[in-house]
Design a protein around this ligand. Structure first.
Ligand code: ADP
Ligand code: MG
Length: 690
């Protein structure tokens, strides 16, 4: 089986030389297949002829007329004006920067077929720079049989050239079709798929009867969506096989866990017990675990991770716990210190803010193996850090890290290593079943007993005054408040800081009797730490913060979170922020403020927050609102993984894709490579979401 044609470079086509090749590269077009999947962004209707008298201002149209007059200015940059007429009326065509040869084309008495947009000047209708053909015989100038494609382009590349090259590629792919059976006949039949060449023809030049734009359900478009998703799925299947063959130490001894659980001040929930078991079983094996632990905010993922770390340490290996912010790393460190008091375990906190002397000591302990549990931020995977013997890597809020960062840490494990990823932003079920099938999932689907559901309300910013009196009451009753600021006009983090500073100042003026704290990313870590401990100790009533507190911070006495410009934040982020309250036994509230300028999507988001408490449902909604781009950080690295498919729109196709990929894996393995190869961008993708 060979798919040679599709992966051939475009320079095989007549007219594509070195410089055209470079230009096409700017559009990510390198291979024939790239060119053929460079689908029109819109179509021109040149299938019907309009009479000149019917033309409407600004509405593109195709007309045919006889050339009555034509003259060119004698200036340095000559302009050409030509008057044409049909049976109904006359109209002028106008060309700036004309040339003698062009004037020659417009011979009086000849006919011109032209397509353009009628404009109005002081003399009436005029068309500037129409596309045109000229012929002596009117009969030759028929309307087009098909819609005319319009492609996205770049400087130096005309539509004319792109159309010509696409047409050449289409003609070639017809010839090559016999050799490039691109999907097994069985698959085409079972899933009702058009031959790919038919799809390409239709998409580039839809017949006059087509209804454009073509929808994703149209068999032509569907054929390519299917192809792309199938290639992606087959690629993930390969990755899965690769992961499954990786080695890691089997962690067989396990007496500490049981003892440790009995010392906890709370009972693990059934869901926690279940996932602890799932992880435990994985760690007994000598193949590497790759498991994603998903559980809503506050569901108690940390203790589950700590139990896994215990099993690792008991077997003589080091465990590393990676967190996205210093605050969170510190919090994990404090918790672990308290939890492990009675156990002979040495823990170190490694962040970028350590003094040089402390850092040296810390690094030495990590390298010698004296430190058994290493907790930290990005510092954990820097080149200077050498581990004695890593057995388990735990990544909290995994969507905040790129795959390369995870790989850096993984490479520090000499004998291979188990991985536990944690997230409060679950993968929507539809995606989990297909695209993420290479990762094992553990889900904590229940909250610890005694949690009272958080009441969410949505409020226009102009009602702020009422809100302030409520805040006052709450604070005087001894409870605490988070006040989250974001800035509307810009994404610049500095503006967030300014917004927070301003809010703090205003609140301080408004509540002279209350303590207001301020937390943002620009403060140095000792200051952050101090503010956070004062808030934890109840010395601060209102903590004004930017979204730095998004992840993981735990203060059970805080019962209200107010989020300004909430509609500007992502749903997953809002859900995370809301999870900062409702951590104790108090009734808790999340108040989402919005400005009058709120967008349609913004309203949908806030509605969803009010309606859904469950992180899973929110993730599903997020997927629909965002069009599937940001599931676990695909977009964070600026990668939209698909050229034609769209996960949100095309979710319904996924079960078929899984089935088709299965059949190909088992019965037609020779199709896999060509399929993945022709979607060449897959090779360059950054799988940050894996
Ligand atoms: P998350 O899943 O959001 O990371 P945490 O691990 O931070 O949640 O847990 C939230 C809080 O709940 C912590 O204070 C933790 O000690 C506590 N917690 C965890 N498990 C239980 C449980 N089974 N019963 C009561 N409290 C628990
Ligand atoms: Mg957490």
């Amino acid at each position: 089986m060979c798919d040679f044609f599709y992966t051939q470079p475009v320079n095989q086509l007549t007219g594509i030389g070195r410089s055209a090749e470079e230009t096409l590269k700017k559009l990510d077009i390198v291979s024939m297949f790239d060119l053929l999947t460079h689908l029109p962004i819109e179509y021109q209707d040149q299938t019907k002829i309009a009479s000149i008298s019917e033309l409407i201002l600004d509405q593109p149209a195709l007309i045919i007329g006889k050339i009555i007059e034509c003259h060119m200015t004698q200036t340095r940059k000559p302009r050409l004006t030509c008057l044409i007429a049909d049976r109904t009326d006359q109209i002028r065509l106008h060309f700036f920067h004309s040339y003698a040869a062009q004037k020659k084309q417009f011979s009086l008495g000849f006919y011109v077929r032209c397509y353009g947009i009628p404009k109005l000047d002081h003399q009436g209708f005029i068309i500037y720079h129409p596309e045109y053909n000229i012929h002596q015989d009117k009969q030759v100038l028929k309307p087009q049989q098909c819609f005319t494609p319009v492609y996205s382009s770049t400087t130096g590349l005309t539509q004319h050239k792109l159309r010509k090259w696409c047409a050449l590629a289409l003609a070639l792919c017809d010839q090559e079709m016999e050799q490039t059976l691109n999907l097994p006949i069985e698959i085409q039949k079972q899933f009702n798929l058009w031959p790919i060449t038919k799809a390409f023809h239709y998409l580039h030049n839809p017949p006059a009867t087509a209804i454009v734009p073509l929808t994703a359900q149209h068999p032509a478009k569907y054929r390519l969506i299917f192809d792309e998703l199938l290639a992606y799925q087959l690629h993930l299947n390969q990755l899965k096989k690769e992961y499954k063959s990786k080695r890691a130490p089997a962690l067989l001894h396990n007496t500490w866990q049981i003892e440790f659980i009995s010392t906890l001040s709370f009972q693990l929930t059934n869901a926690q017990m279940r996932v602890v078991q799932e992880i435990h079983q994985d760690l007994l094996r000598s193949t590497a675990m790759l498991r994603l632990l998903q559980g809503d905010v506050g569901s108690g993922k940390t203790i589950v991770a700590v139990l896994a770390a215990l099993q690792c340490i008991e077997n003589g290996y080091q465990a590393a716990l990676l967190a996205p912010t210093e605050l969170l790393a510190e919090q994990h460190y404090m918790n672990c210190k308290a939890w492990f008091q009675a156990l002979p375990i040495s823990i170190n906190l490694l962040t970028g803010k350590l003094s040089t002397a402390n850092k040296q000591a810390c690094l030495a302990n990590i390298q010698s193996g004296k430190t058994q549990l290493i907790i930290g931020t990005h510092a954990l995977f820097q080149a200077t850090v050498k581990y004695d013997d890593l057995g388990l890597i735990i990544i909290d809020e995994q969507h905040r890290f790129g795959v390369n960062q995870r790989r850096l840490l993984l490479e520090k494990a000499k004998k291979g290593c188990h991985q536990l990823l944690m997230t409060a932003t679950p993968i929507p079920r539809t995606l989990a079943m297909s695209l993420y099938s290479h990762i094992d999932l553990s889900t904590i689907d229940e909250l610890p007993d005694g949690r009272i559901p958080i009441m969410t309300s949505v409020m226009p910013d102009k009602h702020r005054q009422d809100l302030l009196s409520r805040v006052q009451k709450i604070c005087l009753s001894g409870q605490q408040v988070y006040w989250i600021c974001s800035w509307i006009d810009t994404e610049d983090p500095l503006h967030f800081v300014q917004a927070a500073e301003l809010t703090k100042q205003k609140l301080s003026e408004h509540f002279p009797n209350l303590q207001i704290g301020l937390l943002h990313g620009r403060l140095d870590s000792s200051e952050k730490h101090k503010t956070m401990s004062r808030f934890k100790a109840g010395e601060i009533h209102i903590l004004v913060a930017t979204t730095v507190i998004e992840v993981g911070i735990d203060v059970p006495n805080a019962s209200i979170i107010i989020i300004e410009n909430a509609d500007r934040l992502g749903l997953a982020q809002l859900h995370q922020l809301r999870g900062r309250v409702g951590r104790g036994s108090l009734s808790s509230y999340c108040i989402l403020l919005y400005q009058e300028s709120i967008s349609h999507i913004g309203i949908e988001k806030l509605k969803a927050m009010k309606q859904f408490k469950d992180g899973f449902l929110i993730a599903e909604k997020d997927l629909t609102l965002r069009g599937g781009g940001d599931v676990n950080g695909i977009q964070q690295t600026g990668n939209q993984p698909f050229k034609i498919a769209n996960l949100s729109r095309d979710q319904v196709v996924l079960p078929d894709i899984v089935q088709a990929a299965d059949i190909i894996d088992k019965q037609y393995p020779e199709y896999i490579e060509p399929l993945i190869d022709r979607w060449s961008f897959l090779n360059q993708m950054n799988y940050s979401h894996l």
